[in-house]
Design a protein around this ligand. Sequence first.
Ligand SMILES: *Cc1c(COP(=O)(O)O)cnc(C)c1O
Length: 390
Amino acid sequence: MMPVIPYGRQDINQEDIDAVVNVLLSDYLTQGPVVPAFEKAVADYCGAQHAVAVNSATSALHIACLALGVGNGDIVWTTPITFVASANCALYCGATVDFVDINPSTYNLSVERLEEKLIQAEKTGKLPKVVIPVHLCGQSCDMAGIHALSQKYGFRIIEDASHAIGGKYKGEPVGNCRYSDITIFSFHPVKIITTGEGGMAVTNDSALAKHLRLLRSHGISSTPEDMQPRPSQEIWNYQQLDLGFNYRMTDIHAALGLSQMQRLDEFVTKRHAIAKRYDQRLSDLPVVTPWQHPDGFSSYHLYVIRLKLDAINKTHRQVYEALRAAGILVNLHYIPVYRQPYYEKMGFNEGCCPEAERYYMEAISIPMYYGLIDVQQDRVMGELRNAIGI
Ligand SMILES: *Cc1c(COP(=O)(O)O)cnc(C)c1O
């Protein structure tokens, strides 16, 4: 049996290992100097003013919503073609969620569908407080278009850039928050760089950054100027000012992230080389390879093909299962979030987003990661040919 080829995986080198071991041998395993150093490295890379590291992108999305004031009665919109966390974050805050259909070429949240939905929502008084565009596969959304609509309709923007660190939009790094209030990143092992588990929120707004820091750690501050006045004979070395969480990142995780940042550009360059090879060598197959908008430079977290089912004698599921049976651990990114049983209970159904449904019936994520070597990639393409039956 040939070894399996996953759809994504981390790359860990000796420097990464040494960085983690150094923290283990140091005075602080958490809340030491490495978390701020990692935050600075990401903020500087992205050209953002502030960065707040947390224990996952899910946590980052949650506190980003809270920092923007999302609560009971509010409405948050996102794309259906994303991981559930992009929508769940609004539910955590007591808000309701709705979905904007995708662009048929980029599979990102469609600006046209967004505008249509905003026009309707304005009439019924149900405008969203926050919109969460997701840079699917590492390709930026049309942020200028979404930002222009936010100015007109008064919503705030959280970019879910879980896939997109190292990517660019209009020549500038994703995460500079030129078109958003907050951008969040994930450092799960399948993403571009990893901390094991981890995430980060970046922003140019110092008040938001301060609130994010507070929410990350129980809502507690020990900064004297932030505390409320109390009788001077009492000891107040910290105060809880808000209801926060323990969403802190450890220095152990941050050390891995800081070390991985050194290779971020190298990781993305390699992913582009893999994508180019797929683009060229799959061009004769009945599949649609990922279209790239000229405004963007993808980090290529994922390489999603769409099956031209009219030209294939197999079902989507048959191709998917044949690849998995052959040891190519393809995946599906994503089932539309509203089709999940938990969301169906809220009343969503298949009719919600037709373009997302079409995508879901055809998409397959084939292996894409830094360590994927040519012979493995050739095996993926050979097995894809077999699975399709060509
Ligand atoms: C991975 C991912 C998340 C969640 O990231 P975690 O760090 O695992 O919490 C959120 N949104 C998207 C689009 C993701 O791909």
